[in-house]
Design a protein around this ligand. Structure first.
Ligand code: VGL
Ligand code: ZN
Length: 249
């Protein structure tokens, strides 16, 4: 790790640690535990968002994220701490504009300019109704209330669970959460540097307090995208924590 990178990580780690005991916590209060270590306790106005834990993004899928399946036990373990849980699914049409196969001469992981801006091109993935697009079979979220699908407009991608890549078409998630009195969201899932990051940043834009639970996420890390995503999330006011920082009992 370069020294700049190490310093960056250290700074973020310090921010997260300080944060768990301080007064900035939205919709969550620091619960005292025997040892005095502050933990983040999700309140009644907090929701867990589980982003794209689908077959396509784990080993054997069409766009596998390294160690993507490792988020499953972490998410299963923390889920009981949340009264509200929302699950998302990347849900593309066949021939979707985010697929390299839809653009002559392009390969997966190339980029192109679309009407709404730069678009990374991916292997065909998460096609509506396929097993590849199903939620991971070991995800155990019996209390989840909403499954929200995104990326279903053929010409527009949607990394974010709130807003499509055109920057104006909403999914309805912000309205749903607000109607239910949710003030804070805890974001987990795949991939840290794409759908998790865009979802977390858009949640801030929509006025929610945002925690991103780092060890409940895994990244694609394309050309430095992971470091860039953490920087952007931090700038947007998202708080980086670990699952162990949560009071899960
Ligand atoms: C995602 C790339 C393409 C994600 C979705 O879930 O992070 N990444 N589609
Ligand atoms: Zn996608």
């Amino acid at each position: 790790m370069s020294s700049t990178r190490r310093q960056f990580v250290t700074t973020l780690a310090a921010t997260a640690t300080a944060g768990t005991g301080a007064g900035w916590i939205w919709g969550a209060h620091a619960a005292s535990h025997g040892g005095g270590g502050g933990k983040v306790k999700p309140g009644a106005d907090a929701a867990l968002i589980v982003v794209d834990v689908q077959n396509c993004f784990v080993t054997g899928g069409t766009l596998p994220v390294k160690d993507g399946e490792q988020v499953v036990p972490v998410i299963n373990r923390i889920a009981p701490a949340f009264a509200s849980i929302v699950v998302t699914q990347d849900w593309h049409t066949p021939g979707h504009a985010s697929f390299a196969s839809a653009h002559a001469g392009k390969k997966p992981f190339d980029s192109i300019m679309l009407k709404y801006g730069n678009q990374v091109l991916w292997p065909d993935h998460c096609v509506q109704g396929t097993d590849d697009a199903s939620l991971h079979k070991d995800l155990k979220l019996p209390t989840a209330q909403l499954v929200i699908r995104k990326g279903y407009n053929k010409g527009v991608d949607s990394y974010s669970a709130f807003m499509e890549a055109d920057g104006k078409t909403v999914t309805g998630l912000a309205g749903y959460l607000k109607a239910r009195g949710i003030k804070t969201v805890f974001v987990t899932g795949l991939a840290t540097d794409f759908c998790v990051s865009w979802t977390a940043q858009d949640a801030r834009k929509a006025g929610f307090g945002v925690y991103v639970i780092e060890d409940a996420c895994r990244a694609i890390d394309l050309n430095g995208s992971l470091a860039a995503a953490w920087k952007a999330m931090e700038k947007a006011g998202c708080k980086r924590i670990q699952s162990g920082d949560l009071a899960t009992a």
